[in-house]
Design a protein around this ligand. Structure first.
Ligand SMILES: [Zn+2]
Length: 448
């Protein structure tokens, strides 16, 4: 850590530049274990079930959503055997009733959920990586036609399986959940089922990384090819209690500092720190036009949740029956997935999840002093409720900067900076004994 501090002090303040930090060796080793070959084998196995439509056959051992979810469960169980009993998996089921939209017959829905229990009983935090197992051909109601769904969203489920494979060999103070949702294409139904349960049982979910369509490197129409950038979508104004929170957001200028946006910023910082040849691009909206994603059900329940998606999309290979028309191949086939790109995008998830789960929890009661007219800014906070803390980073950025620009380390629980609160945004994050950083907390105001 001495080296880390010396390194930090040497960083000049570059406007708009990302703070560069050294990599943690154990986390770097986990990131290196992410394998394009493993990811490809998972994707091909899922494609092998013919269709994974939520209303497809459930009792055929080789075809349909039932066989696919059993395969995901058995894959988790294979990883569980190397985890010393810490990883457990099950299929969380509910029965969907016809809804006059995209469910026309009573249907058993099953999310496949694996839980890597935290090693610290005092640590109640949960971090989730998710993707959706179900898929569709051209019509979401078509449960019989082949629908390979290699990219949408076998790529996302492959990412969470690979993270489970690697992380289940390690121990983390916080709990990590790996979830393959169903019912996404029928209206985010599996995610809604889980998010409601989480809210009613008061689960302390601090981040949801939802991966949906993350392995194709090129566009339809415009012909762009790019496997060096990945997008992270996050909401600006909160979907939860928007009106109630709007006054404070306006007063403090916090429209770019909601908790999902902070999570996106964290994914960008940690992802770029650990994954080479990849830029994490923050998109300042909850999702794309005409499309939805499972993270939305979590932000609606007041959880920090983001969508991680490839930089460019190819609509010839999404929600399309497999066919050839005028020499053009349609359909979501594995040959259109760039598994090296998928490896990097999976590594961003792994680095972010492991970093979060290894870090102490967030500092508590973070406040900024606003009673005095002064060009200094003074922050105070309290130690986190779990985890061993070496100190804290006080983060600073200009009001127009998308990313944190400086990190000041302190072992105290207060800090004064020669930067006016009028001109900068601040936050505080806990730093663990091994240097892992919690999510940042934006200060509330003190003294009004
Ligand atoms: Zn999808």
């Amino acid at each position: 850590m001495k080296m880390l501090l010396a390194f930090l002090c040497a960083i000049p303040l570059l406007a708009g530049a990302q703070t560069t930090m050294v990599r943690d060796a154990s986390l770097e080793q986990m990131v290196r274990a992410v394998s394009a070959d493993s990811l490809e084998s998972y994707v091909r196995a899922m494609v092998g079930f013919g269709t994974r439509n939520t209303m497809s056959v459930q009792d055929d051992p080789k075809r349909g959503i039932g066989a696919a979810r059993n395969w995901v469960l058995s894959t988790f169980n294979r990883f569980a055997r190397q985890s010393g009993g810490r990883l457990t998996a099950f299929i969380d089921t509910t029965t969907l009733q016809p809804d006059k939209r995209r469910i026309d017959t009573p249907t058993l829905l099953g999310n496949v959920v694996a839980t890597l229990k935290g090693a610290d009983p005092a640590d109640k935090r949960i971090f989730i990586i998710s993707g959706h197992l179900d898929n569709m051909p051209t019509s979401a109601m078509d449960r019989r036609t082949d629908a390979p769904g290699a990219n949408d969203d076998a790529s996302g489920v492959a990412a969470l399986l690979e993270c489970a494979r690697i992380m289940s060999r390690q121990s983390f103070p916080a709990t990590v959940m790996f979830v393959a949702f169903s019912g996404e294409e029928q209206g985010l139904l599996g995610a809604g089922f889980m998010a409601q349960k989480a809210r009613s049982q008061q689960w302390q979910i601090e981040a949801v990384l939802n991966n949906d369509i993350m392995g194709s490197n090129n566009t339809s129409e415009t012909g762009i090819i790019d496997n060096t950038r990945v997008r992270v979508f996050s909401e600006g104004l909160p979907a939860y209690e928007t009106d109630k929170r709007a006054a404070q957001i306006r007063q403090l200028g916090l429209e770019n500092d909601g908790k999902s946006r902070q999570l996106a910023r964290y994914v960008k910082e940690i992802g770029e720190r650990y994954v080479d040849n990849l830029e994490v691009v923050m998109i300042y909206r909850n999702d794309r036009f005409l499309r939805g994603g499972d993270h939305t059900r979590f932000v609606e329940q007041d959880y920090a949740a983001v969508r991680i998606t490839e930089m460019h999309e190819n609509y010839l290979h999404q929600h399309q029956n497999v066919r050839k028309e005028n020499g053009v191949q349609y359909g979501d086939l594995p040959e259109f997935v760039d598994f090296e790109y998928l490896r990097k995008n999976t590594a961003v998830n792994l680095a972010s999840l492991a970093s979060l789960a290894l870090a102490p929890s967030m500092p508590q009661e973070v406040r900024i002093e606003v009673r005095r007219l002064t060009n200094y800014s003074a922050l105070t906070w309290k130690a986190p409720s779990s985890g061993k803390v070496k100190g804290y980073f006080v983060l600073v950025r200009e009001t127009t900067s998308p990313v944190w620009q400086r990190k000041f380390f302190t072992t105290a629980t207060e800090y004064q900076l020669p930067y006016s609160k009028d001109n900068y945004f601040f936050a505080v994050q806990s730093v663990g004994v091994d240097g892992h950083e919690s999510l940042p907390v934006v200060p509330g105001v003190q003294g009004r």
